[in-house]
Design a protein around this ligand. Structure first.
Ligand code: NDP
Ligand code: OAA
Length: 265
């Protein structure tokens, strides 16, 4: 029988609260919440002790990152080098290819990525074994306020704020888009991780004041076939940049890591 996974959760926000509560209520057989790490003092708000990152590494064998790309950059290698596994939500950090290579080579802990807000990544990863895809496109449509960034000039901000219908905010590749929208377009890096190339994945970011649902459309084609995955998620009410489904994707990843039988892999 597998030992119970001792989980340290980094980030007590839209994703972390749902994941941490489910773990504390023993809703993931084979996994227990040992501690929470967050920038803010959580007081009695968290269902497990709030610890420093170093303390978490001493007590846990699996760290769940639900905090931001900076945590992956700052802590990823140390987590893995300590022998602790790491489940990453902020896949956008992997647009730094040197970091990505180091994380994939690090150990003895193992690094995993949650599918997060997009679907079809398992199939795209399988298709890759048949040969490279010719074309991969991701179109992400979100509420304008969730896409505002400090680097935007007044003209672009005004275009976002006065939009009455869908407007393209930026187009690029999975190499540059998750850097520009670090809390909102990790999905682009996730698609790139599945297909194995940042530059092949063309990304269009669209702001739409009518986007009651966040949409991600992944279209891919190659000599072996054509693939299209479209999702429309309700945003998290407290943090509309994040889709409501994301913590449940993390919980599903955790269930697989905890060895639950009957999982679709
Ligand atoms: N793969 C995917 O599909 C998706 C990935 N994500 C990723 O997940 C991240 C978390 O999402 P979400 O829960 O919605 O974000 P929230 O902003 O709601 O919560 C993040 C929490 O983590 C804390 N935090 C940030 N940096 C650190 C740090 N260095 N050390 C400790 N705590 C920290 C934040 O505190 P403070 O606010 O004080 O910084 C905040 O409490 C996003 O930033 C994004 O990168 C999100 C959605 C989808
Ligand atoms: O939750 C979503 O729909 C996507 C998201 O924020 C991200 O990819 O960072």
């Amino acid at each position: 029988m597998n030992a119970t996974r001792k989980v340290g959760l980094v980030g007590w926000g839209a994703i972390g609260r749902v994941v941490g509560t489910a773990l504390a209520e023993h809703r993931v057989p084979g996994a227990e919440l040992v501690c929470v790490v967050d920038n803010r003092p959580l007081g009695e708000g968290a269902p497990a002790p709030q610890l420093s990152f170093d303390e978490a590494l001493e007590r846990c064998d699996l760290i769940v990152e639900a905090a931001g790309q900076g945590v992956v950059r700052e802590w990823g290698e140390r987590v893995l080098a300590s022998g602790t596994d790491l489940l990453i939500a902020s896949t956008g950090a992997l647009t730094d290819e040197e970091l990505a290579e180091r994380l994939l080579a690090a150990g003895p802990g193992r690094v995993y990525f949650t599918g997060g807000a997009v679907g079809g990544l398992d199939l795209l990863q399988a298709v890759r074994a048949l040969g490279p895809l010719d074309e991969v496109r991701l179109t992400t449509t979100k509420l304008p306020a969730t896409l505002e960034q400090p680097w935007m000039d007044d003209e672009l901000l005004s275009r976002l704020r006065t939009a009455t219908g869908p407007v393209e905010v930026l187009a690029g590749t999975a190499r540059d888009i998750p850097v520009r929208f670090p809390k909102s377009t990790n999905v682009a890096a996730s698609v790139a991780l599945a297909v194995g190339d940042l530059d092949t994945v063309r990304v269009q970011v669209v702001a739409d004041p009518g986007a009651h649902h966040t949409r991600h459309v992944v279209e891919a084609s190659g000599p072996h076939g054509a693939y299209r995955f479209e999702v429309a998620h309700l945003p998290d009410p407290g943090n509309p940049a994040t889709s409501q489904v994301v913590p449940y994707a993390v919980l599903r990843s955790l269930a697989a890591l905890a060895g639950r039988t009957g999982q679709i892999l």
